[in-house]
Design a protein around this ligand. Sequence first.
Ligand code: NAD
Length: 383
Amino acid sequence: MATKPIRIGLVGYGFMGRTHSNAYSQLAHFFDTDHYPVRQAVCGRDEEKVKAFAEKWGFESYETDWRELVKRDDIDAIDICTPNNSHAEIALECIKHGKMILCEKPLALNGEQGEAMVKAVEESGLPNLVWYNYRFLPAVTHAKNIVDAGELGRVFHYRANFLQDWTISEELPQGGAGLWRLDAKEAGSGVTGDLLAHCIDTARWINGNIVSVSAMTETFIKERVHTETGEKQEVTIDDAAAFLARFENGSLAIFESTRYARGHKALYTFEINGEDKSLFWDLHDLNRLSYFDHGVPSDRRGWSSIHCSDGDQPYAGNWWVPGLCLGYEHSFTHALYEFFKDLDDPQKEKRYPDFRDALGTQYVCDAVLESAKTKQWVDVKQS
Ligand SMILES: NC(=O)c1ccc[n+]([C@@H]2O[C@H](COP(=O)([O-])OP(=O)(O)OC[C@H]3O[C@@H](n4cnc5c(N)ncnc54)[C@H](O)[C@@H]3O)[C@@H](O)[C@H]2O)c1
């Protein structure tokens, strides 16, 4: 029975503001934790819109300035759902005011900013999470558990893609609401921090540290009208990025991400090939984990498809009955569950990414961008 309220202050009510609000409303219905989230306040700069959001999603109050929210005595945790260039500033202010932090990914604009966040949060001892949510889909967690059990034997290869096609038009402007991802000042980078960061987090979680990378990036459309100035301005994000990598365990990897793969809306896939087994996962069929076992007699051997919905699959038993599907939104509820269940036990090995873990992903992103610029292999700093 949940008896300990955690009063949440949410900053930003866009796409992630909605997914997190949904997770706050679902958690206590489906998972047993000592702590439970209270939707205490939401912050947005437009009063009419933030008030409407608060009413729709059950927040008890609202603010129009995140600094006021962070100061409030009736808030225990701040959830940062704003564009990437604001994560560090808001997080550092939260730490000053003793608030635990749930921060959207990527942690920061770059490793240097991330280091300051890690230092401050670790000195404060405040619990902290970064929302790399894909880890918490049952099939992805199942893949992690299979690899951790040593079932793959020696791992040789890891490959991941995250493909979209929404920026192909030259008419699409950059900057501002909905389009901040195209402006490097707000986003830090293009697909590297936005999409590859997810692939990198999953890869590091399942297959360990990435030690070196060799990358290429491209900006296909060099100028776009900026929504703030109305003028054409240089585009400085990476529209596409691909990189080769070496893992600490000796395996090799190839990663690709783009917003120019016509026909793909959000095709995130990964595959891992070991001596004894291989695994493959696809976001478009997210309940399934494809599994190849070389130990099966050759005349029966082949790829099988595990529907990760049975009660003995990660998280699945907390929802409906075997065979029924979960979706993208459940990954956020599961992330929240992992964070909440360990709140009273800081020594416990965490299943969720904290700031330090997310800094490791940030370092890989930095190395990718540096390698693309220098056209050299780059060693990845370790967190
Ligand atoms: N985990 C994931 O799968 C995932 C998916 C999408 C986005 N993200 C991350 O979440 C963050 C937000 O992305 P999004 O897609 O929700 O963006 P969005 O544009 O939909 O929403 C951003 C929100 O922040 C608000 N905002 C901006 N500056 C603000 C300020 N100073 N004070 C208060 N509110 C402010 C905007 O008004 C908007 O409501 C980004 O860091 C992004 O990388 C993560």
